[in-house]
Design a protein around this ligand. Structure first.
Ligand SMILES: [Cu+2]
Length: 427
């Protein structure tokens, strides 16, 4: 679902100004978002697709397949995770408050599973709790979940087995209100936070580990995360969901936001106050909104220092890396050697002091910056300064607040690149 369509749609809706026109517009749209009104901007989940549906006797019918998949989470790291429909996190489900929906889960995993609809007020039999509300769904079998949604907000679906969760089995479940909340937003983005413990030269996450070396937004670590695009002066909503083992303080640069919702739905305006870091705890969603007032490529990232890094151990393979008695020559030599194996086009050491080697603790971040602009290039990165990717690592993305002309230029490039690059990071 492109931002451009959202904009055109918002503009037309504003001009038309009545629900009938909105419904007409909705009917002309391809059925991927599940929306039938244009008063809510569809949610865009960068690097993750929406789940399509069909309609049978007024019921929206979705098909989910639980299956293993290989997911490239960084240019030099592909992991074996468990997915829905080959997507990790699973495809985003978007429906309207009041919809009758049926979701058929087919289990292609080597073990039993079930799906829990997190936060939804639905009949007990649909709760997805193995042995309690249902029998586990055996490998090769399927089960239909069917219910009417009466809430609106940011919810999610996940396997109720903890280790399957840590293998990646979670997705966003967006319920749109009949009329957009006020103030209406121009851009609406979903971000799923996940953690992985994957040993060097391995591809299977260790779901029993308490120490994580890979941190992802929507299944990819920066700089592979697709930047969010916002028009200068627009109102932006971020729906941030955490299903991992750690809490993540998510920070936005250059702007203040307000928390307008949680995993329980919309928060009353009387509870809003300015912030720029929101703690998203495990199994929580935090919905934040801000006015994109200042042009720039503003970071959105977890502020835990170790969550702002990527593991480089895989690059080392069986080579030794030396961190003691380091000299610039040795350090640069090591980094050049690592970069060749990806390959990165460029190694970008920032300047160091002449006496650096005599300072206890050196080096810390020196030599660790590796620019890979061309490796992760896509329309959304167009126009960023050279070596922009050197400082992008871990749970990190950016919102590019762009003046009209630059915004349109990137949208034109996205259109030209077509659907292929729109989800180009999925493996
Ligand atoms: Cu974090």
């Amino acid at each position: 679902m492109s931002s451009r369509r959202t904009f055109i749609q918002s503009a037309i809706t504003a001009a038309a100004g009545f629900a009938g026109a909105s419904r007409l517009l909705g009917m002309n749209r391809p059925r991927t978002s599940g929306l039938n009104n244009s008063t809510s901007a569809p949610v865009i989940t960068p690097d993750v697709k929406d789940l399509p549906f069909t309609i049978e006797n007024g019921t929206k019918v979705f098909q989910l397949i639980a299956e293993p998949v290989k997911r490239k989470i960084a240019p030099w790291k592909t992991i074996d995770c468990w997915s829905f429909n080959g997507s990790c996190p699973g495809p985003t489900i978007q429906v309207n408050q009041g919809d009758r929906i049926r979701i058929v889960l087919e289990n292609h995993l080597p073990e039993s599973t079930a799906i829990h609809w997190h936060g939804l007020e639905i009949p007990y039999a649909m709760d997805g709790m193995p042995y309690l509300s249902q029998r586990p769904i055996a490998p090769g079998s399927r089960l239909a979940y069917e219910f009417t949604v009466h809430q609106n907000g940011t919810f999610f679906y996940h396997s109720h087995s903890p280790m399957q969760q840590m293998m990646g089995m979670v997705g966003l479940f967006i319920l749109h209100p009949p009329r957009a909340h006020s103030p209406a937003v121009d851009h609406d983005f979903g971000i799923v936070l996940q953690e992985w413990a994957v040993l060097p030269s391995n591809s299977v996450p260790n779901t029993a580990s308490m120490e994580f070396n890979w941190l992802t937004f929507n299944g990819v670590s920066a700089p592979m995360t697709t930047p969010l695009l916002a028009r200068l002066g627009s109102r932006v909503r971020l729906r941030i969901l955490n299903l991992g083992m750690d809490h993540h303080p998510i920070h936005l640069h250059g702007h203040q936001f307000v928390v307008t919702g949680t995993e329980g739905g919309r928060a009353p305006e009387s509870t809003w106050y300015p912030m720029n870091t929101v703690l998203v705890g495990v199994a929580q969603a935090r919905v934040v909104e801000f006015e994109a007032k200042y042009p720039g490529a503003w970071m959105i990232h977890c502020h835990l220092p170790h969550h702002m890094m990527n593991s480089m151990m895989d690059l080392l393979s069986d080579r030794q890396i030396q961190t003691a008695d380091q000299t610039e020559e040795k350090a640069v030599g090591q980094m050049m050697s690592l970069a060749k194996s990806v390959p990165f086009e460029h190694v970008h050491p920032s300047p160091i002091a002449a006496n650096a080697e005599k300072v206890p603790g050196f080096p810390q971040d020196a030599f660790m910056e590796m620019a890979m602009d061309e490796v992760v290039e896509q329309p959304e990165t167009y126009g960023l300064p050279k070596n922009w990717s050197a400082g992008m690592m871990g749970m990190m993305t950016m919102v590019r607040v762009l003046p009209e002309k630059e915004y349109d230029e990137i949208l034109a490039r996205k259109k030209a690149a077509g659907a292929q690059t729109e989800h180009g990071h999925e493996s």
